[in-house]
Design a protein around this ligand. Structure first.
Ligand SMILES: O=C(O)CCC(=O)C(=O)O
Length: 304
């Protein structure tokens, strides 16, 4: 999604809610998420604009068998004003009112979304302004289909369809790119966000106890360093009684690859101060974006 607005970059606070376990009762999950957004807003800096983030699949238990049962019709068309009052999505309504009540930008984790026209189900992130307007939507592009024998097998494509667009949104202080979890493994998506002028990229995610310790931090630091952007992923807390054991460790990485903040595996709220300085200094000190040799790798498109 493009806005045509030139991106500005000013300091703000990025707040990650590493939300506790989500059980089968959607109403309880939504209520808890709402309470945590309020708590997160109160615990922020109070002086700077704040972006609050929820984790992947925060309204249902995590598992591809559950997605169709919990899927909601959202009916968002990019570029068109969305009527929250007329929405049939209870999750969208809760997120919108939480953003408005808390007075924050809210990246609403992800929820299973059913497209009314096609009946396809997506893993979808929605974003809200401090007035409660739905301003952006990202459908997870790369589905989490992996098979590591004896460790973890997951096949989102059993019930989900992959999204087909890259997405970002503009605030009065930064341009912020979107992705969801497995999308982080595909460096092209983050590169496109950086080329689109995003200063910060945020992916709700839920890695597991096999790939989490190996790749969660590595991938975020790699995406941040490659693209000289802030990179962040927000996970659910770990619950060993649940069907899926999330890695946790929600984090924010700066454009040098330094981890600014990292949660442990429990339910908690963490804040990072996003400051333009490291982005500007790394881009002028190590100017890789100007040094690319597209003449040597013609298969990679040099066009913005
Ligand atoms: O890439 C991974 O290892 C985990 C991805 C994942 O959990 C997801 O996409 O939901």
């Amino acid at each position: 999604m493009a806005s045509g607005v030139a991106p500005v970059f000013n300091p703000f606070t990025l707040t990650l809610i590493q939300l506790g376990s989500t059980g089968p009762d959607k109403a309880v999950n939504l209520q808890h998420a709402h309470e945590m957004v309020m708590k997160a807003a109160k615990s922020g800096s109070g002086t700077k604009p704040q972006v609050v983030v929820l984790p992947e699949c925060f309204n249902s238990p995590y598992g591809y068998v559950h997605f169709p049962t919990y899927a909601e019709n959202i009916g968002y068309t990019p570029g068109e004003e969305y009527d929250i009052q007329a929405s049939v999505s209870e999750s969208v309504k809760m997120l919108s009112s939480a953003a408005k009540e808390a007075g924050v930008w809210l990246i609403g984790g992800s929820i299973p979304e059913r497209d009314e026209e096609t009946d396809k189900v997506y893993n979808t992130c929605t974003v809200y302004s401090p007035t409660g307007a739905l301003v952006a939507l990202h459908r997870k592009v790369h589905l989490f289909d992996i098979d590591i024998p004896g460790k973890i097998t997951f096949k989102e494509s059993e019930t989900l369809t992959g999204g087909e667009t890259t997405n970002y949104f503009d605030t009065e202080f930064a341009r912020i790119g979107l992705g969801i979890c497995y999308d982080v493994r595909f460096q092209e998506l983050a590169m496109i966000s950086a080329r689109q002028g995003c200063h910060v990229v945020v992916y709700p995610g839920a890695f597991n106890l096999t790939t989490g310790p190996l790749h969660w931090e590595l991938l975020q630091r790699a995406r941040a360093v490659d693209n000289q952007i802030f990179f962040s992923m927000c996970s659910p807390a770990r619950d060993m009684t649940a069907g899926y054991h999330a890695w946790g460790h929600s984090m924010v990485v700066d454009p040098y690859g330094k981890v600014l903040v990292e949660a442990d595996e429990t339910e908690m709220i963490v804040h990072a101060n996003i400051d333009p300085e490291p982005l500007q200094s790394v881009r002028s000190g190590i100017p890789v974006t100007k040094q690319r040799r597209f003449d040597v790798y013609p298969d990679v498109n040099a066009d913005k």
